[in-house]
Design a protein around this ligand. Sequence first.
Ligand SMILES: *Cc1c(COP(=O)(O)O)cnc(C)c1O
Length: 364
Amino acid sequence: MSRGTLLTLRPGALAANARRARALAGDARVYAMVKANAYGHGTALALSAFSPHVDGFGVAVLDEARALRALGCSAPVMLLEGPFDADELDEAGALGLELVVHSAWQLALLAERHSTAPLVVWLKCDTGMHRIGLPPAACAGALSRLTMLPGVTVAGLMTHFACADERHDALSASQLSTLVALAEQHDLPFTAANSAALCRYPDSRGALVRPGIMLYGGSPQAGQSLAEQGLAVTQCLTARLIAINDIPAGDSVGYGASWTAQRPSRIGVVAIGYGDGYPRHAPAGTPVAVGGARTGLAGRVSMDMLTIDLTDLPAVKVGDEVELWGDTVSVDEVAAACGTISYELFCQVTARVERVVVRPDGTA
Ligand SMILES: *Cc1c(COP(=O)(O)O)cnc(C)c1O
């Protein structure tokens, strides 16, 4: 028996989600966000699945842009944090990237550039998230500086929403109206929408939308399932049962003896742990599925194993496959149980987990 700890990836689902984003985008261009190894799905896989359906891509850092170009991607690529220094600026220009400029120090970097080669820039405006971006009052000055620089073309204004995925979103409307006012004042296109805004706020689409998580089968709207939003599951994390132990009521399981059986219990040991990227802080009761039936963790997650309660699933045996997230247990449920978001779980799956790509006919 091989260990059988697998991340099964579905390019067909990635493509279907990109088509869904495309349909929601209307006339806006769609750039698929593929930073952090395409949210853990693999840059090459995401590139080939998304390419027929999107207009461009977004990455956080230059290495990721380089990887896209090395894979033969000639589509527009937006560098979301812009260049970090003069060398990066030159290489970004040579790779034909669209640069985000978010700070005065980056404006200075552009102003000191020796080359006059063409450079496309999105000016990032901080409309209320207070992470990166120039304050709205500084945008006019920045735009006039940028337009004076030889070779530089301003593609438009950009912002990022802080709360578009929150059930009670008190911020996006004011963020959007600040950006729209600036865009109108300077007669420039704008880009604002992440996945949640694309799904919820059609007015935020502007010239370009930047979906990420919805492409990867994380729910972009709190409390709404993927199916309700016309989205598909793109990955399943599974592992095998390697032991099953019957324990009496009152005995405890795992490190710290933190979980105690309230009844005579059947405990399954699954060959996956935090060394594979399953979150160590997943509490007892975090859902898993065996043969389509749900149960939960019992005891702490170890590096290479975790333990689950099989007391109510007497037919389950050693060697059976356990789904940590996928079709029966959504990644969003696991994330919620762990006090995190699907994004983090997707990014955390380690290299030790074997990747299996499902072919178009559904076989692995
Ligand atoms: C990652 C990112 C996105 C995509 O956000 P999702 O919530 O994953 O849709 C959009 N814009 C910027 C600037 C980003 O960094």
